[in-house]
Design a protein around this ligand. Sequence first.
Ligand code: WQD
Length: 332
Amino acid sequence: MNILIIGGAGYIGAHVAREFLDAGHKVTVYDNLSSGLAQNIFDDEDFVEGDTMDFIGLIDTMRRGFDAIVHLAAFKSAGESMLRPEKYAVNNINSTVHILNAAAESGIKYIIFSSSAAVYGNPQYIPIDEKHPVNPANFYGFTKLEVERLLGWYDKLKGLRYAALRYFNAAGYDLNLRVTGLEQNPANLLPIIMETACGTRKEVLVFGCDYDTPDGSGVRDYIHVTDLARGHVAALERLIKTGTSFTLNLGGENGISVLEMIDAAKRISGRDIPYRITDRRPGDAAKLIASSEKAGELLDWKAQYSDMETLISSSWKAYLNNAEKDAKPALS
Ligand code: WQD
């Protein structure tokens, strides 16, 4: 299949592109490189530098002829979304309207959308399955839920079939170090721990240690980005096979606390990782753990690399690889 991956130069997008390529698909990446990196564009894919707010750019690209779109271009910091909702409304919602309209006008029939566990808000029960009520606790989650609602109407009115994949916490790096561009200015926990281990960040701020969890720090369900990416490939295969839209959780079905992640990172990296307990971050839940049972049933998918050791060791290898590259004197 001929796939257009919008946001395919980003941390998750590059891993998704890699897995579609490995599965034999033809991939074109559309990315404005505002947070994605040119070094994440693979030699065996095409690239269009473009913005999701540029409707003409989108439709000119889509008219080249694609079987499906994977849309991962969005701002994703739950914390920042509570401080700058206007930025998230435009980039996460307005741009998706352009994408859906361009897709409908170009006759594209399938879209895989990067949604989020953040649509659930504070859990009423754990593990969270897809029947759980949706009630976002932060503006980022609101934007993802709004797009899911748009997808339902575009399915009904335009015949655009979708798979909305509700990511839990994406982490880790390609086990073969094929994605080399590290997230810039990360807001998520594991890259922040990695930067602290590398010495490029002074300390990890632990946002609250008075939650109702075993060690008081926040617990999340971390899914290895390769597991996440393979879930996208399987989701598209099912969407094309059945022609029926669906919404799924993709999680590692683990529950790792902030302090556990820090301790394990110290052990695996052999580095000191200073941290300081601070106030809770607005919009944070104490504990978010997925049920990915439906993904298992519909996609025959199960996380393989989402254990804490692999999440951290694959990340540490990527950060070390990057540090060694930076350290190597440029050949004169
Ligand atoms: C994880 C835990 C923080 C940073 C993420 C993404 C969002 C969505 C859902 C995909 C929490 C704590 C973090 C730090 C900390 N994923 N933390 N200090 O908020 O669970 O949401 O998953 O759509 O894109 O943001 O992830 O990594 O920000 O936080 O203590 O410097 O780590 O309180 O308990 P979050 P996160």
